[in-house]
Ligand binder design. Structure first.
Ligand code: DAH
Length: 337
């Protein structure tokens, strides 16, 4: 038996194999107990000393080639795919679709809020989450004895007692008023931190949007007009708005803003605690002491500021009753937005 002829036959046969049964027949023919390789091996002792070594090597090479071909054919990735294997690839089958993600509901609401103010001419500015005690409190006229400055109410950095995780986005007022030139109309989205125990309405981390405008002759009525435009854009045209007197150290006068309850339209229900009104933000006219800290002449310039919680706005807008849902990343919740 001439090994070169055998090799040529193998090449022909392997191309014609188109079923597992054919493949098994092929295997038995060559590698079976009485197969061609076994027969060739049996002839080795009958050869002369000089022929044995090179013949033995040829038989071994043949055996290796056969094993390789069989393996390839079994995996179905032989370089010479049989017609039947090619036909089993259905070009009309739907592909593997990669599911598209989308923005988190809080990101969507933050973007919506910013877009509304952007349309009114506000620029979007961001500030750092690690802030100085000065920008977070002192610059905003929050006195040393104010309870919010206690370690109980603010995360201070262990090795830098004058640095903290900002407890609101208001410190960006101080930064922007120092760094930029008046007139200013700025909106500040961002993450804030407070050491609150987590429950349905509290989280140690949440999001706020701060806004402020500074120029000559800015009045409380400008604040009212801007916030009314905002409330209607985000909650609908029929919404009513009211200002309730309040106290914030960085504004004077200060007010909390309520909207008519979006569930009962002001009649009184469990969502608004039978009041007919829902609180949405804090606001006021920027305190002259804040202007003094940043070097703006409070005799010449006036301004308003406001701050709102993004989670609160999103919860009211979508009727969500537990803040923890935003942070658990349960897809059954997230997919609804
Ligand atoms: N910084 C306040 C807070 O976190 C929210 C706030 C209230 C911001 C009144 C303001 C403002 O700019 O005028 O509770």
């Amino acid at each position: 038996m001439d090994i070169n002829i055998i090799l040529a036959e193998i090449d022909l046969e392997i191309n014609n194999i188109n079923s597992p049964e054919n493949l098994e027949q092929f295997r038995l023919k060559y590698l079976g107990r009485k197969g061609i390789v076994a027969q060739l091996t049996a002839t080795i002792p009958t050869l002369s000393q000089g022929e044995r070594a090179s013949f033995g090597q040829q038989v071994n090479a043949l055996k290796n080639k056969l094993s390789l071909l069989l393996e390839e054919k079994q995996r179905g990735n032989s370089a010479n795919n049989s017609p039947r294997e090619s036909a089993s690839f259905d070009i009309g089958m739907p592909g593997i679709v990669q599911e598209l993600g989308h923005l988190h509901p809080l990101t969507q609401v933050t973007e919506e809020i910013c877009t509304i103010f952007n349309r009114m001419g506000f620029s979007i500015v961001e500030g750092p989450e690690i802030e100085s005690e000065y920008n977070n409190f002192t610059g905003l006229n929050i006195p040393l004895e104010h309870p919010s400055r206690e370690a109980f109410d603010t995360f201070y950095l262990k090795d830098y007692s004058k640095m903290l995780l900002r407890s609101h986005t208001s410190p960006v007022q101080v930064r922007a008023m120092k760094d930029r030139k008046v007139p200013l109309a700025i909106i500040v989205p961002g993450r804030v931190y407070r050491p609150d125990a987590v429950d349905a309405s509290h989280s140690f981390m949440f999001h706020q949007v701060e806004g402020f405008m500074v120029d000559k002759g800015i009045r409380f009525s400008d604040l009212k007009g801007v916030l009314e435009e905002f409330s209607k854009a985000i909650f609908g045209k029929d919404i009513k708005m009211r200002f309730r007197p309040h106290f914030f150290p960085f504004t004077e006068p200060s007010a909390e803003v309520d909207i008519s309850c979006i569930i009962c339209k002001g009649i009184g229900c469990s969502v608004c605690g039978r009041k007919g009104w829902l609180e949405i933000l804090g606001s006021g006219m920027i305190h002259p002491n804040v202007f003094n800290h940043v070097g703006i002449n409070s005799k010449e310039y006036t301004g308003f500021a406001f701050g709102m919680g993004v989670e609160r706005i999103a919860m009211l807008k979508y009727g969500i009753n537990d803040i923890r849902l935003f942070f658990e990343n349960d897809l059954r919740f997230l997919r609804q937005f």
